[in-house]
Design a protein around this ligand. Sequence first.
Ligand SMILES: [Zn+2]
Ligand SMILES: [Zn+2]
Length: 382
Amino acid sequence: MQKPPVNWTNTLLFTLTPLFAVTLVPWYGFTHGYDLYEWSVFVLLMGFCGMSITAGYHRLWSHKSYKAHAVLRFLYALGGACALQNDVLHWASDHRRHHAHVDNDDKDPYSAGRGFWFSHIGWILRHYESGKEDFSNVKDLQRDPIVAWQYKHYLSLVLLMNIGLPVLLGFLNGDIIGSLLLGGLLRLVLSQHVTWLINSIAHIWGRQPYSDASSARDNGLLALVTYGEGYHNYHHTFQWDYRNGIKWWHYDPTKWFIRGCSFVGLTSDLKRISPVVIETARLDLQFRRAAARCESLRNADKWQQRLEQEYEQMKSTLQLWAQHQQAWYEAKTTELQEKWNHWERLQIRDSYREVGFRLKIQRQRWHQLIQSFPAMHAASPA
Ligand SMILES: [Zn+2]
Ligand SMILES: [Zn+2]
């Protein structure tokens, strides 16, 4: 099959910039050296580009998982141009298509099914049919004046942010070349590859706790370099959630940033998926996997029955817990407090805690049951 024509602008840009970065940056470091100011500019601009892509392009514009004040949207638009990852409209349109047709080699612009190279960078180096411009899925974004403004002035913004800003910052420090190399070139190449890792590695390497319907994976290590975007299995399962790492200890600086901004009124309407829905998704997947493993056991029927019984019990306790949680939430909300007297409220609280305790015990038993299957499998001759 004949390959589509090469996109020469992108090919030259994405071959020459890394080439210059690995040669010129160390050369200048050895001959002139970089100072703390230049390294600080590098780190700050890395963060600015990274956050503009993850919090802005991705979680705000592509998924609408929260609302953002115009000031923040303006900064995201500048940071996105600085990251040189195309304008918001192209980025979000490709990304929405990626979610809608994930792993479909003909429709997903960076389908992981076409291999590491293609999903990482290959998709931008040629004019592939799957990457054709089609803004029909971003009509809502075209109405955002900041998005429209960035689209119109994209090239000027790219030059301003990638050359103008580092030159200015370097001028203030008395070394324009050093600032251009670290804050401009090295930052550009690294921030681009970091984003692309989410399309490549996060669809290859990691766990699938929430869904196995796509190739997306959760990878805590990848989250460390991608501002929290490594929890990609969760993200593909629940794309409207403003968080990617849902546990408090999951390293997701984008989530912390969005939440932090909500305290000063820069963000609002932060969407979260309810814990019961999330746990049910996990439970369903664990059940299907355990049921498949149990098929090859001796007394498969007996184990299957046991598994189903525990699964149904877990599901109903989860539902019950959700109802009690809702009741307790209503009881403690001040406006509604007149509905209940003090003792009734205590009763609601205690039964919520009781169901929570029952759920905890049941969860432990469920985990013991599903974890015992592979061991039994090894011990029992088929
Ligand atoms: Zn996404
Ligand atoms: Zn993905």
